[in-house]
Design a protein around this ligand. Structure first.
Ligand SMILES: Cc1cc2nc3c(=O)[nH]c(=O)nc-3n(C[C@H](O)[C@H](O)[C@H](O)COP(=O)(O)OP(=O)(O)OC[C@H]3O[C@@H](n4cnc5c(N)ncnc54)[C@H](O)[C@@H]3O)c2cc1C
Length: 617
C-alpha cells in the first residue's frame, strides 16, 4: 500500500471508481501516493475517499464530481445572504490580555513582543466582510494579508505575547535566539508572497546567501562543507565514490525539474478534491509523479551508494518531519532547494521575516491582538463568535492557523468537527525536539552558521523518532550559530548557539531527562566537532516537548505538525476548508502544502483563496 505501486488499471476503491461512482472507467492510472483510509473522518459522503485503499493520484480520466474531504464550499455566508450585515460585531468582555498557558521560563522570558495587545481588541467593521485569524504563525500572517488585500476586515488573535508562532524569539542577557526556524530556504517563495502585494522581501529585510551552506561533522571524525562551489561539490562526491560527481549532477538536474513541476502543479496549485487531480496539468506532470512513487531512501539509493552521500541528500527530511523510509521521493526537491537555490540568512534572523509579514499586514489594515488565546469558536447562523482571553470577536469567517488537532478537538463543538478522536490518534506526527539555547564565551570555530552532526548509522535515530520512541542514544542533531553571520545576536566576544535534537512527540521530558541529555549532548558536541562548550556557557535555556505543547497548543508537543509521510501528503492532509463548519478554514503546517516557513506562506494563500472563492460563489 504505502509503496504506492503504479497501477495501470482503473482505480477500484469502493466509492471512488467502478459502476455508479463518480469516476468513469477510462482511468489510465495513476498516481503518486497511497490514499489510505481516513478512519475517523466524519464528513464522508458518496464520492469521498473511503476506507479502502486507493493507490492513485494523477489520473487520466474523465470524471464527474469526486470530492475529497472538505471539498464542498460552504453555503453563502455573506451578510447579504443572511439578510443583513454581520450582527455580532460587539466585543463581549473577555478575560485579561494575557494568555494563561504561556510557558514559564525560569531563566529568561520571551521579551520580544511584536505587537502589544490593545486594552480593547479591535473588532470587525459591522458593514464589511470580516475574518478572524486564530494564531499568528506564518500561515496565519499570510492568510491575513491575502484576506485584508481582498478587502476583508481582518483581526489576528494570537495566544502568546509574540507574533510569528513557532518562529518566536528568545532574548536574554544580550543573546538573541530564533527559537524555531533558522534556515531561510526557497527565497523564490518569499519573493512570490511579497510580490503579490507589489512588494519584495528587500522592502522589509536584507538577505545574505550563506557560504558554506552548512558543515557536516560525521561521528567517525570526518567532516564536509557544502558550498556554492559546484566543482568542489563534484570533487567532494567523487572523493567518496567513483562516479558520484556525475551522479550528483544528474541528481540535481532531475531535482530541478521535479522542483519546477512540483511547485507549479502541487504546491502553488491547491488540489483539495480528487477531481482537482483530474486535469491536464496533472497529466503532464504524471511522468514526474511516477518517478516519485517510492520512498526517499530508495530514490537516493539509485544515485549514491556511499552512506554519507545518501545522508547529504536526505538530511533535510529532518525539517520535513519525516524519515528516509517514510517520506515520498518527491522531497528530493529539497536538494535543489539546498544546492541550487541556496541557504540564506535574513539580517536580524527569522524574526525580521515575521516583522516583514506583520508590517505588510498592518499596511493592508490587519489588526493583531496578542495574549488572546481563543477558547471557543461558535458558528452561529449569523456568523462566528470567537471567544478569546482578550475578549470575544464576531466575524463572518474564521481561519485557524493554530494546530489543526487543537482547533478541531478543543475549540469546536463536537458536531462541527470533521474528524473524531481516532483520526487524530492515528496520525503520524512529526518529531518534537530537544532545544538547548546557549550563550557562550568566545567563538565556536569550526562550527558554521549551520552545522549538522550525524552518526554513521542514523537509522536508529529515526527508529527512536517513529518506531520505538525514546531519547536517542546516538543522536543526529543540528547546531545553529547565527553569531557567525550576525554581530547583533550576541554580546561582543560571545557566540549565540542553539542545538536541536529531533525527538519523538509525546516523550516524557522531565527535568532529570533534560539534564542528563544536556550533558550527553555537550559531550557529543565536544567529541565530534572539537568544540567544548561546557566551561564557557554563560546563558542557557531548554525548550522541549512540554513547551511545544504548552506554548503552541501542539498535539503531543510535535514541533512541526503532521509528518510528510506518503499517507499524509497532498489531499491526504486535512483540508483548508472545513466540511463540517461552513465559513471555517484552516492554514498552517498541518494543511497543504505542509511543513516549513515557505510552505506555510503558501498555505495561507490557499486558505484565503478557498474563503474568497466561497465568498464570491
Ligand atoms: C525548532 C524548529 C525549527 C524549525 N526550522 C525550520 C527552518 O529552519 N526553516 C523552515 O522553513 N521551517 C522550520 N521549521 C518549521 C516552521 O517553523 C513551521 O512549519 C512554521 O513556522 C509553522 O507555521 P504555522 O503557520 O503552522 O503556525 P505556527 O508557527 O504553528 O503558529 C501557530 C500559532 O497559533 C497559536 N495558537 C495556538 N492555539 C491558539 C489558540 N487557541 N488561540 C490563539 N492562538 C493560538 C500559537 O501560539 C502559534 O503562535 C521549524 C520549526 C521548529 C519548531
Amino acid at each position: 500500500m504505502v509503496d504506492g505501486g503504479v497501477r495501470d488499471q482503473a482505480v477500484d476503491a469502493a466509492g471512488v471508481a467502478g459502476p455508479g461512482s463518480g469516476l468513469h472507467q477510462s482511468l489510465d492510472v495513476v498516481l503518486v501516493a497511497d490514499v489510505g483510509a481516513e478512519p475517523g473522518h466524519r464528513a464522508a459522503r458518496p464520492g469521498d475517499v473511503g476506507d479502502d485503499r486507493l493507490e492513485f493520484l494523477a489520473v487520466a480520466a474523465t470524471a464527474d464530481d469526486v470530492d475529497a474531504p472538505g471539498g464542498e464550499p460552504p453555503g453563502d455566508r455573506r451578510p447579504d445572504a443572511t439578510g443583513g450585515a454581520c450582527d455580532h460585531s460587539g466585543i463581549h468582555t473577555g478575560g485579561s490580555t494575557g494568555g494563561d498557558k504561556d510557558v514559564s521560563q525560569p531563566v529568561a522570558d520571551f521579551p520580544y513582543t511584536g505587537v502589544k495587545a490593545p486594552a480593547v481588541p479591535t473588532v470587525a467593521m459591522p458593514n464589511g466582510e470580516s475574518a478572524v485569524v486564530v494564531g499568528a504563525g506564518f500561515g496565519g500572517l499570510s492568510a491575513a494579508c491575502y484576506l485584508a488585500d481582498a478587502g476583508l476586515e481582518v483581526t489576528v488573535l494570537e495566544k502568546n505575547d509574540q507574533l510569528g508562532g513557532r518562529a518566536s524569539v528568545l532574548e536574554a542577557e544580550g543573546f538573541r535566539f530564533d527559537m524555531g526556524p533558522s534556515w531561510y530556504l526557497m527565497p523564490d517563495v518569499f519573493e512570490r508572497f511579497f510580490g503579490h502585494f507589489d512588494r519584495e522581501p528587500a522592502d522589509f529585510y536584507d538577505l545574505q546567501r550563506l557560504d558554506p551552506h552548512y558543515r557536516i561533522f560525521f561521528k567517525d571524525g570526518d567532516s564536509v562543507a557544502v558550498t556554492d562551489d559546484r566543482e568542489a561539490m563534484y570533487e567532494l562526491f567523487e572523493s567518496y565514490e567513483a562516479g558520484a560527481g556525475d551522479a550528483l549532477e544528474s541528481y540535481l538536474e532531475t531535482s530541478a525539474t521535479h522542483y519546477e513541476v512540483a511547485m507549479e502543479n502541487f504546491v502553488y496549485t491547491d488540489r483539495p478534491r480528487l477531481r482537482d487531480w483530474l486535469d491536464l496539468d496533472v497529466l503532464r506532470a504524471a511522468p514526474v509523479g511516477l518517478q516519485l512513487l517510492g520512498t526517499m531512501d530508495d530514490y537516493v539509493a539509485d544515485y549514491f551508494d556511499h552512506p554519507k552521500l545518501r545522508q547529504i541528500a536526505q538530511y533535510s527530511l529532518v525539517f520535513l518531519g519525516g524519515a528516509p523510509h517514510n517520506t515520498p521521493a518527491l522531497y528530493n526537491i529539497m536538494s535543489h532547494v539546498d544546492f541550487e537555490l541556496g541557504v540564506h540568512y535574513p539580517d536580524g534572523g527569522m524574526r525580521s521575516v515575521v516583522e516583514g509579514c506583520v508590517e505588510l499586514g498592518r499596511e493592508l489594515g490587519v489588526d493583531y491582538v496578542t495574549g488572546a488565546e481563543v477558547t471557543e469558536i461558535v458558528n452561529r447562523k449569523s456568523g462566528f463568535l470567537v471567544e478569546s482571553a482578550a475578549g470575544d470577536v464576531g466575524a463572518d469567517y474564521v481561519v485557524s492557523d493554530a494546530d489543526y488537532a487543537h482547533t478541531e478537538q478543543e475549540l469546536l463543538p463536537d458536531h462541527e468537527r470533521q474528524y473524531d478522536a481516532d483520526y487524530w490518534d492515528e496520525r503520524t506526527y512529526a518529531p518534537s525536539a530537544f532545544l538547548l539555547y546557549l550563550g557562550v564565551k568566545g567563538d565556536v570555530d569550526p562550527l558554521a552558521h549551520h552545522t549538522l552532526v550525524l552518526p554513521s548509522d542514523w537509522d536508529r535515530h529515526f527508529e527512536r523518532l517513529f518506531d520505538d520512541p525514546g531519547w536517542p542514544a546516538d543522536p543526529a542533531y543540528y547546531l545553529c550559530v547565527p553569531s557567525e553571520t550576525d554581530d547583533d545576536v550576541a554580546p561582543e566576544g560571545h557566540s549565540t548557539l542553539f542545538a536541536l535534537v529531533p525527538l519523538a512527540p509525546g516523550l516524557d521530558d522531565t527535568d532529570e531527562a533534560r539534564a542528563r541529555y544536556r550533558d550527553q549532548l555537550l559531550e557529543d558536541v565536544a567529541a565530534n566537532t572539537g568544540v567544548d562548550l561546557r566551561e564557557r556557557i554563560v546563558f542557557e535555556e531548554t525548550f522541549s516537548v512540554s513547551e511545544f505543547a504548552d506554548r503552541y497548543n501542539s498535539r503531543e508537543g510535535t514541533a512541526l505538525g503532521l509528518a510528510h509521510t506518503l499517507r499524509q501528503t497532498a489531499l491526504l492532509r486535512p483540508p483548508h476548508r472545513s466540511s463540517a463548519s461552513p465559513g471555517l478554514y484552516f492554514t498552517g503546517a498541518y494543511t497543504t502544502p505542509g511543513i516549513g516557513v515557505p510552505m506555510c506562506l503558501v498555505s495561507g494563500e490557499h486558505a484565503a483563496d478557498a474563503l474568497l472563492s466561497d465568498l464570491q460563489a
